[in-house]
Ligand binder design. Structure first.
Ligand SMILES: [Mg+2]
Length: 358
């Protein structure tokens, strides 16, 4: 089998998808994290495409190493590994379609048919009362964990921060019925994170995520050692080596890998096996391939008890689907798909029509 074409489509100007065609007529669809779609497209089409053409997609490990080494010359992190994620997941899609099996079958034995999810609110511009109303809505829908994003990463220790007021409003509305998680995406200094963290302890917050800048691992360790509530981090780790570094230097309680950032399934698989029985809460903010891959991984794993992240914001991929089927969500759980590959049937002609160019 040979790769004959590689393209990155930026759907609705936001979501990067990699399409890989082969000489046997099997087409792979892969997904990348959404933060830098045009960098992803440029990386896929100007750095990696040339390397991929005429390669055998069945050799996914060899291809991953070629791409990773090519990226190393200009710094393999962030955007370039995110671009590799789209390619690697498309290559896995080709492999799984050729074999005619769902991803979970390649990973092990499925022991769970449905996976609990948590409601992840992404808005920083709503009032504490509005956030409490949202939490209440999702609680009524069957969700038992709710994550709020607060503080202002672009303005460390901002006086506008309303984290504690928001937590208080949710507790006032729902008592201790819902587990609250607070993600500040590095919006605090170490001192402020410890100060706010002690208040979060008082509110019995379940998890405090990325309290300080992602590069400040010493600071993270200091926050983790000062507080009794669990500290979470890992969404900006891209390889096994990054997780080793995070654990050694930052020592967070909960680790958060994400397959569409870690260079795809090939490295994610190694990361999951490296993390073993440590506390894991998978980072997941996109509703299609990302969510599906994480469901397949969680379906073969009984030791990860924490729910999978589910972004509750409006999303054009849900409102106006690019797939002919969808994942089934029921009372705070998603069913693990059993169809071939990821379990999603993409309509590539619709995707091409919705792909924006700049
Ligand atoms: Mg986060």
């Amino acid at each position: 089998m040979k790769i004959t074409e590689v393209e990155c489509l930026v759907i609705d100007g936001i979501y990067p998808y990699v399409i890989i065609e082969t000489n046997e007529g099997v087409t792979g669809v892969g997904e990348s994290f959404r933060r830098s779609p045009w960098v992803t497209k440029a990386a896929v089409e100007t750095i990696f495409k040339e390397i991929l053409l005429n390669k055998d997609p069945l050799n996914y490990q060899g291809i991953w190493e070629l791409l990773y080494n090519a990226a190393s010359t200009c710094g393999p992190y962030g955007s370039l590994l995110t671009a590799i994620s789209g390619i690697d997941t498309a290559i896995w899609d080709i492999n799984l379609k050729k074999e005619g099996v769902p991803l979970h079958k390649k990973l092990g034995k499925k022991i769970r048919n449905s996976i609990p999810i948590y409601a992840s609110s992404m808005k920083r511009d709503i009032s504490p009362e509005e956030e409490a109303d949202r939490a209440s809505f999702f609680y009524e829908e069957g969700f038992s964990f709710y994550k709020m994003h607060s503080a202002y990463p672009e303005e460390v220790d901002s006086p506008r921060d309303k984290t504690l007021k928001t937590v208080e409003a949710i507790r006032k509305k729902l008592g201790n019925n819902i587990k609250i998680m607070v993600d500040v995406n590095g919006g605090y200094s170490v001192k402020k994170a410890i100060e706010v963290g002690h208040e979060l302890e008082r509110f019995e917050v379940f998890q405090f995520e990325q309290p300080v800048h992602v590069t400040d691992l010493e600071g993270l360790k200091c926050v983790a050692e000062s507080l009794s509530i669990p500290i979470a981090s890992g969404e900006c780790c891209y390889t096994v080596q990054d997780f080793k570094n995070l654990i050694e230097k930052g020592n967070p309680d909960i680790l958060q890998p994400d397959a569409i950032k870690t260079g795809g399934i090939t490295e994610f698989k190694k990361i999951m096996s490296y993390l073993g029985k440590r506390e894991i809460m998978i980072h997941n903010t996109q509703p299609l391939i990302s969510t599906a891959i994480h469901l397949h991984f969680l379906s073969i794993n009984n030791s990860i008890k924490l729910p999978l992240e589910y972004n509750i914001e409006q999303n054009s991929l849900i409102d106006n689907p690019i797939t002919k089927n969808s994942l089934n969500i029921e009372s705070g759980n998603i069913l693990v798909p059993d169809d071939n590959s990821f379990g999603l049937d993409f309509d590539i002609s619709i995707m091409k029509k919705r792909a924006k160019i700049i």
